[in-house]
Design a protein around this ligand. Structure first.
Ligand code: FE
Length: 234
C-alpha cells in the first residue's frame, strides 16, 4: 500500500464555523464535498479534538466559508493553528451571522454555504457530518484556494488535526532526502510552516531567492508568529 496515492486527491481550503449559545468558532478544513445536488447536501470531516466539532455536535449547524486564493497565511494560522477555547478567533476579522446564527467570514470568502446536520458517521478520530444546505451565496469570481496552492506556493501545512496530516509527515520525510545544501528549507517547530528560500515570504516582504539566514531578525513565522529561533533546518 502506497499512501502517496492520497497526495493526488485535490482539496480546497474552507473555514467551517458553528456556534453554541453566544459562543462562535471556526477552523480551517480541507475535507468538504458535495453529496447530492437535488435536495442539496454537503459533507465535512471534522477531528473530534476541534472546538468547532463540539459546537457542531451540540448545535447541529455549520457554515462553510470557501476561501479565495488571496487568503493570507496569517488567516490560515489564526483559524487553523489556534484553539477557540483560548481566544476569540474572529476578533480581528469581519464576519456576519448567517440565517442559522453561525458566523460567515466576510474577508477573503468567495462563496458560503449554510447547513443543518441531517446525519453523521463516526470514523475513529473524525466524524463525517452530512448537512442539508439551507442557504448559500456566490460572492466573488476569484479563484478558490486549493490545498495544493496553499501547500506549494504559500508553504503551508495542515493543522495537526486535519485528516491529511499523517500524509504530510510522510511527505516531509521524503523531502528531507532530497535537500540541497544551497537551498535549505527551514521548518517552524510550532506550527510546521516550511520556509522555502525559492518562494520566500512575499506577503511579509521577503522576496523569493532569499536564504533563511538573510531574513531580518524581526521577521516572524507568517502562520503562528514565532521568531526565527524557533525554526529548524530540514
Ligand atoms: Fe509557525
Amino acid at each position: 500500500m502506497n499512501l502517496t496515492s492520497l497526495f493526488n486527491l485535490t482539496y480546497g481550503l474552507c473555514l467551517i464555523s458553528s456556534k453554541n449559545g453566544d459562543k462562535i468558532n471556526a477552523c480551517v478544513v480541507n475535507s468538504v464535498f458535495q453529496v447530492t445536488s437535488e435536495n442539496p447536501t454537503i459533507a465535512i470531516s471534522m477531528s473530534k479534538k476541534n472546538y468547532t466539532y463540539e459546537m457542531i455536535k451540540k448545535s447541529g449547524i455549520f457554515n462553510i466559508s470557501i476561501l479565495g486564493k488571496q487568503t493570507p497565511t496569517s488567516l490560515i494560522g489564526n483559524f487553523g493553528f489556534k484553539s477557540g477555547k483560548d481566544i476569540n478567533k474572529f476578533e480581528n476579522y469581519n464576519y456576519e451571522k448567517g440565517k442559522n446564527g453561525a458566523p460567515i467570514l466576510k474577508d477573503y470568502t468567495i462563496s458560503y454555504i449554510e447547513a443543518e446536520v441531517i446525519n453523521s458517521i463516526e470514523v475513529g478520530t473524525h466524524t463525517v457530518f452530512i448537512g442539508k444546505i439551507v442557504d448559500c451565496e456566490y460572492l466573488s469570481e476569484a479563484e478558490p484556494m486549493t490545498y495544493a496552492y496553499y501547500h506549494n506556493i504559500k508553504g503551508g501545512k495542515s493543522a495537526k488535526n486535519a485528516p491529511t496530516f499523517a500524509q504530510q509527515e510522510a511527505e516531509e520525510i521524503s523531502r528531507k532526502t532530497e535537500k540541497s545544501s544551497n537551498n535549505k528549507k527551514y521548518k517552524c517547530d510550532v506550527c510546521g510552516y516550511i520556509y522555502d528560500p525559492q518562494i520566500g515570504d512575499p506577503e511579509n516582504g521577503i522576496d523569493s531567492e532569499t536564504s533563511f539566514e538573510k531574513i531580518p531578525e524581526e521577521w516572524v513565522c507568517p502562520i503562528c508568529r514565532v521568531h526565527k529561533n524557533r525554526f529548524t533546518i530540514l
